[in-house]
Design a protein around this ligand. Structure first.
Ligand code: FAD
Length: 475
C-alpha cells in the first residue's frame, strides 16, 4: 500500500492509538484518530482522588503482555504501580479459606492441582495453536496468527480439535475431564466482567487466560502502573505524530472509492478506515455506546454479522471507606461469581493502602444467558437494572463489614461511577458457524478494516496485539 495513504481511525482507546503507533512505525504517517470523548484511553480510565490515580477500568497486566510492552517502549512508560495482593472473603466478611492449605482442604487442592497440570498439557498438545492472537480459522480447525512469545513469530497450522473452542468453557473443560480448573480460571474471568462459563465460548476464555497468563495470575506476577493504565495511553498519544482529535462527533461515514467522514459538521476524505469503536448494530441499551449503523453506511453483510454481537453489562463504582473499616488488602468474593448471585459485588479493589478517605472499587455484572435460552429469548429478557444492582452492591459492602463514609446529606459516599460497553463477543452458535472467518474475509472490503475488542478479546494486550496483527497483514 502507498505509504501516503490517508487513514481514518475511529476510537482513541488502546486499539485505536496503538493502530496509529504501528502504522507510524511502518512508515504510514498520514493518519487521523477520532475520539468522541474529551480524553484518550477508553476503558483504561484512571481518575485522580486526593492526588493519586485510581482505576475505574483496566488495572493490571502480566509479563506476557508483549504488545502493551511495545506501547511502553514507544511511549517511555513502565509498569511501576503498587503491588497487587489477593485475599478471599465470604459474603459475610469472614475470611474464605477455600484455597488455604489446611488439612480439610488438602485432598481437594491436590485434585485441583492435578487437573490444572493436565489442562496445561492438553492445551499445549491437543489444542496446539489455541493461544494465537485473534480467532482466524478456529471454527474450521486451523490456527493462524502470531505466537504469544517475545518474538511473536507468525504461526499457522491445521488442528481440527480447535473447533471445540466454540463450546462454552464449562462444557469444554468437562469434555476434557478437568472441570475443577473453573475454580481458578473464574477469578480473573467472571469477576473481571467477562461473563459466566456456561455462556461464553472457551476461545475467549483461553485467548485471554492462556496457560502462561493464568499461571502469572495464580502467582500474582502482575503489572500495574503508578499513574494508572490510562497513563500508558496518554503517554502514547503524546508521542504519536498525530495525537487523537478529541471531542470528535462522527455524524456520518459514506464509503465508495474513498471514505467520506462527516465529523463535527465538516466533511473529510480518506482512503482507508479502521474502526475500533463498537461494531454492534441495532439498538444498544447502553449510555456510552451507539450502534455502528447510526453513523456508518453498513452493508447487508455487516448488518447480518454485527447484529450477532452481544456485550457484558459490567459496572464499577468507587466509594469512600471509613478508616476504621480499611481491609488489609483487596479481596475476591468467590461466592458472588455465580449466575445465581448476578448483580452482587465480586471484587473489592483497594489500590493505595492507608490513604485519607480510602476509595475502594466494587465490580458487578448484570446479565447472564441461561444455557437453556435461545439467543433471541436471552436478548428479549430484560437485564438487571443499573441502580438496583448498585444498591445490592452497597448492601454487600455493609454485609462485608466495610462501612462507606456518609456525605453531608447522610447518603453513602459514592465518589465515581463507570459504566462501559464491555467485552463484545459472539455466542457459541455463531462462533461455530464461522463468524470470525466471515468477518476476517470482509477485512479491506469497502476500504474498511475492523479492530478493537471483539476481533480478539476485551483486554489491553489482545486489543493492542490485534492492531499490530492488522497493520502487519494489510498495510
Ligand atoms: C472495569 C474494567 C476492568 C478492566 N480490567 C482490565 C485489566 O485489568 N487488564 C486488561 O488488560 N484489561 C482490562 N480491561 C479491559 C480493557 O480496558 C479493554 O479491553 C481495552 O481498553 C479495550 O481497548 P479498545 O481500544 O478496543 O476499546 P476501548 O477501551 O473501549 O476504547 C474505545 C474508544 O473508542 C471511543 N469511541 C467509541 N465510539 C466512538 C465513535 N463513534 N467515535 C469516536 N470514538 C469512539 C471511546 O470513547 C473509547 O475511547 C478492563 C476494563 C474495565 C472496564
Amino acid at each position: 500500500m502507498d505509504k501516503k495513504t490517508r487513514i481514518a481511525i475511529i476510537g482513541g482507546g488502546p486499539a485505536g492509538l496503538s493502530a496509529g503507533m504501528y502504522l507510524e512505525q511502518k512508515g504510514y504517517e498520514n493518519y487521523v484518530i477520532f475520539e468522541k470523548t474529551d480524553h484518550v484511553g477508553g476503558k483504561c480510565h484512571s481518575p485522580t482522588f486526593h492526588g493519586k490515580r485510581h482505576e475505574m477500568g483496566a488495572i493490571m497486566g502480566v509479563p506476557s503482555y508483549y504488545a502493551v510492552h511495545d506501547v511502553e517502549l514507544f511511549a517511555g512508560v513502565t509498569h511501576d504501580g503498587p503491588k497487587l495482593h489477593r485475599t478471599y472473603r465470604l459474603p459475610n466478611g469472614k475470611v474464605d479459606h477455600r484455597f488455604d492449605k489446611r488439612l480439610f482442604n488438602i485432598p481437594h487442592l491436590l485434585k485441583l492441582k492435578k487437573q490444572i497440570k493436565k489442562f496445561g498439557e492438553i492445551l499445549e498438545t491437543k489444542y496446539k495453536g489455541y493461544d494465537v492472537c485473534g480467532h482466524r480459522g478456529v471454527s474450521e480447525g486451523r490456527y493462524e496468527g502470531f505466537a504469544v512469545t517475545p518474538g511473536r513469530e507468525p504461526v499457522s497450522g491445521e488442528n481440527p480439535n480447535l473447533k471445540d473452542l466454540a463450546m462454552p468453557f464449562k462444557q469444554f473443560v468437562e469434555k476434557n475431564g478437568v472441570p475443577l480448573v473453573q475454580e481458578i480460571w473464574v477469578q480473573p474471568f467472571t469477576s473481571f466482567g467477562y461473563g459466566y462459563f456456561d455462556e461464553i465460548p472457551a476461545a475467549y476464555v483461553l485467548k485471554y487466560l492462556d496457560f502462561q497468563t493464568m499461571m502469572n495470575f495464580v502467582n500474582v506476577n502482575l503489572w500495574t502502573w503508578k499513574d494508572g493504565t490510562q497513563s500508558i495511553y496518554e503517554a502514547l498519544n503524546r508521542k504519536l505524530k498525530h495525537p487523537a482529535l478529541l471531542n470528535s462527533n462522527i455524524e456520518k461515514i459514506v464509503r465508495g472509492d474513498k471514505v467520506e467522514i462527516t465529523v463535527n459538521g465538516k466533511k473529510e476524505v480518506f482512503d482507508k478506515l479502521i474502526i475500533t469503536a463498537p461494531l454492534q448494530v441495532g439498538e444498544i441499551n447502553n449510555p456510552v455506546a451507539k450502534g455502528l449503523d447510526t453513523y456508518l453506511d453498513v452493508t447487508p453483510e455487516e448488518r447480518e454479522l454485527f447484529s450477532k454481537i452481544d456485550y457484558e453489562r459490567y459496572d464499577t463504582f468507587a466509594w469512600n471507606m471509613a478508616p476504621e473499616a480499611y481491609p488489609e488488602a483487596s479481596f475476591y468474593v468467590v461466592d458472588n461469581m455465580t449466575p445465581e448471585t448476578l448483580g452482587h459485588g465480586m471484587v473489592f479493589y483497594m489500590r493505595w493502602a492507608g490513604e485519607p478517605e480510602q476509595p475502594m472499587i466494587s465490580y458487578r455484572l448484570r446479565k447472564h444467558r441461561d444455557p437453556k435460552e435461545t439467543v433471541e429469548e436471552y436478548k428479549a429478557r430484560p437485564e438487571l437494572g443499573y441502580e438496583e444492582t448498585k444498591k445490592t452492591c452497597i448492601e454487600d459492602i455493609k454485609a462485608l463489614g466495610l462501612a462507606p463514609l456518609k456525605d453531608e446529606n447522610g447518603r453513602d459516599k459514592i465518589i465515581y461511577e463507570f459504566q462501559t460497553y464491555y467485552f463484545p463477543h459472539v455466542f457459541s452458535e455463531d462462533y461455530a458457524n464461522g463468524w470470525y472467518e466471515k468477518v476476517e474475509a470482509m477485512q479491506g472490503k469497502n476500504n474498511t478494516y475492523y479492530a478493537g475488542e471483539v476481533m480478539s478479546f476485551g483486554d489491553m494486550d489482545e486489543t493492542v496485539e490485534y492492531s499490530r496483527d492488522l497493520v502487519e497483514r494489510f498495510f
